[in-house]
Design a protein. Structure first.
Length: 143
């Protein structure tokens, strides 16, 4: 189903995915300490969000991304169960970071957080889209 067995962590696509996640964290005022990326197929990411949604005030909020469905807002379930997805952003697999940040802010404000059901999103140029976010090689050498 997913022809990509995994990305080389140093590949331009992997670096772009990490930078894309960092940009979203920056837009949300997050430190970057509560996120991770999955470079095995399907590609994915998890970002812990500061704050709570009104419907679940006692549960932690997370932002999830994968290459099939794009972004979703979820809350931690009880007793170590899987996350409870509240809604999917839909539209594009790799929307602009500001679009993702606005989606999260709406959810934290109690607005409907997108579609309750996932929609498989087409992204034939996914690797190129992610690679476009990769830092320039000269910036990597300077850090």
């Amino acid at each position: 189903m997913f022809p990509n067995p995994g990305l080389d962590p140093q590949s331009r696509t992997a670096r772009g995915l990490r930078r894309y996640i960092e940009l979203i964290e920056d837009m949300l005022g997050l430190s970057g300490q509560g996120s991770c990326v999955q470079l095995e197929a399907p590609l994915g990411a998890y970002i812990a969000i500061d704050g709570h949604v009104p419907a679940f005030p006692e549960r932690d909020v997370a932002l999830l991304w994968d290459e099939r469905y794009g972004w979703a807002v979820a809350v931690e379930a009880r007793c170590g169960e899987d996350l409870l997805v509240l809604g999917y952003l839909g539209g594009q697999v790799v929307p602009a970071p500001r679009v993702v940040a606005a989606f999260v802010r709406r959810a934290l404000g109690g607005e409907c957080a997108g579609s309750p059901e996932p929609e498989v999103l087409e992204a034939p140029g996914l690797h190129e889209e992610l690679a476009a976010y990769a830092p320039a090689p000269e910036l990597l050498a300077a850090s």
